[in-house]
Design a protein around this ligand. Structure first.
Ligand SMILES: [Zn+2]
Length: 481
């Protein structure tokens, strides 16, 4: 009897190992495919100088309710006009809310659906305390050893320059694209994007212009984050997380701080936040992240390939692994974090009201209502009111297909400019202007052909001239191929 059981057990183990190995080998091991490679020419001698000039113009978005410096935005318009004379001579330009622009480059075949190339001209401010930490003044636009320094070098003036340089050159060569190309530049992406992309996207809708591709910032050729894969991964964003703020409010009688009650409004609010931060909403592997795992998996070491190809057994392990870094954790969870806390007006008065705002980024497949319900369930305290704000609410965007012609085209060009890279869809965890086009374009994709950007939204923002060249070349191939 015992012998029979152990034979059976042995058989089960052998079958199990067989299944694991079968799936692992079927999953494959990646080999770098031989591609026709294109060497990237030094496309424009003026590009770095133009980027430097663009950085020096302080087109700052300070905040939702704070005014912009209109002089800078006017100056930026003049900069565009003088730096790109052929575009301004040959293309039609429309102005939206004073400082956002749409240029129309009419194609030979107007029956083809157009492309929209997007970028934003505004930048985030540099905090006064951070300025001294920069290696070079933050708006200097310094060009040093083939690197352009300054706020906006990466986000997103390099894309503005990349698009403008490529089109200016093609126009000088008397090139006419097959399909119509729109160049769209917003001036308020870093706040809400409503006045820029919000309004020009409305114009596209009203005119019933349905782009075959809307290309905006977001993805890049990533050489840092995929260590185990030992190859760069070019990530093309196919969808964005949603955005909701949730207010927690506690109102209980306050009083004199010399005789505190057992629990104050601050205590109750504090406990709620601790409960929320102690856990997370359940993990969800969305289709674009699943595809990212499928495409990068074959380049992983053997044991990881086995785990990735046998998720029926290793899903829990995979989730735990992805939860280890904040970037990958954000790709599989709707995140919830407190960003504002307000309570108290005087040191010896216990406040009767305490408020917190939770900022949540919602995964596709979940909704803002799911987040509210989760927060209510976890807080589980009738003294805490839980309310979602509607003003900045954005449900998760529809996801663009990664097997459609637009994605495939970007994939092909990316292979040409970075033959060692794995190209994959991914989920954008921050919001971009392109969200205004989701739902009425066949493909809204987020990608810039940069591979070594530094200091995005932070200190020492800078980009290599070779990256800028690659971006210009990429836009040029996209337009001409
Ligand atoms: Zn940006």
């Amino acid at each position: 009897m015992i012998k029979r059981i152990s034979t059976l057990l042995l058989l089960v183990v052998i079958v199990l190992i067989g299944v694991l190995l079968f799936n692992t080998f079927r999953f494959g091991k990646s080999v770098i495919a031989k591609q026709e490679t294109v060497s990237i020419p030094n496309v424009s001698g003026d590009a770095a100088r133009h980027l430097s000039e663009a950085i020096q113009i302080k087109t700052i978005s300070f905040g939702d309710t704070l005014a912009i410096d209109t002089t800078s935005f006017t100056q930026f318009r003049s900069f565009m006009e003088t730096s790109y004379p052929t575009i301004h001579q040959k293309l039609d330009r429309q102005i939206f809310n004073q400082f956002s622009y749409v240029y129309t480059w009419k194609g030979k075949d107007t029956s083809l659906q157009p492309y929209v190339l997007m970028a934003h001209m505004d930048v985030v401010p540099v905090e006064a305390v951070a300025e001294s930490k920069w290696s070079h003044p933050s708006f200097s636009g310094l060009i040093l050893k083939d690197t352009v320094w300054g706020r906006g070098a990466v986000d997103d003036k390099s894309s503005v320059i990349g698009i403008m340089e490529s089109v200016e050159q093609l126009l000088k060569e008397n090139y006419t694209p097959e399909r119509t190309i729109y160049l769209c530049f917003g001036h308020d992406e870093e706040i809400s994007g409503k006045r820029g992309a919000g309004s020009f996207s409305k114009w596209f809708r009203e005119k019933n212009i349905r782009p075959a591709l809307v290309l905006d910032e977001g993805g890049r050729i990533d050489r840092e984050h995929f260590e185990r894969v030992k190859r760069p991964v070019a990530v093309i964003g196919t969808g964005e997380k949603g955005y909701v703020n949730i207010d927690l409010t506690v109102e209980v009688p306050g009083g004199h701080s010399s005789m505190p009650l057992a629990e104050t409004a601050i205590d109750i609010l504090n406990q709620s936040i601790v409960k929320i931060r102690a856990g997370q909403m359940p993990a969800l592997i969305t289709p674009s992240i699943q595809e990212l795992l499928n495409r990068t998996g074959p380049a992983e070491p053997f044991m990881n390939r086995m785990a990735l190809s046998n998720l029926w057994l290793f899903n829990g392990m995979l989730v735990k692994e992805l939860e280890k870094t904040k970037e990958s954790n954000a790709m599989i969870h709707t995140t919830i974090v407190p960003t504002i806390i307000k309570a108290g007006i005087k040191d010896n008065v216990i406040p009767s009201v305490a408020k917190a705002t939770l900022n949540s980024r919602i995964l596709p497949g979940q909704t803002s209502e799911d987040v509210v319900n989760y927060v209510k369930k976890v807080v589980n305290d009738p003294r805490v009111s839980v309310k979602k704000q509607t003003i900045s609410l954005m449900e998760p965007s529809p996801t663009s297909p990664f097997n459609g012609p637009a994605f495939k085209k970007l994939e092909k060009i990316t292979h040409q400019i970075a033959p060692d890279a794995i190209v994959s869809p991914f989920l954008l965890i921050a919001a971009t202007d392109s969200r205004y086009f989701r739902g009425f374009s066949d493909a809204v994709l987020n990608f810039s052909a940069m591979q070594d950007p530094k200091g995005f939204h932070g200190i020492d923002e800078r980009i290599g001239v070779s990256d800028l060249n690659r971006m210009i070349f990429f836009y040029r191939m996209l337009i001409t191929q």
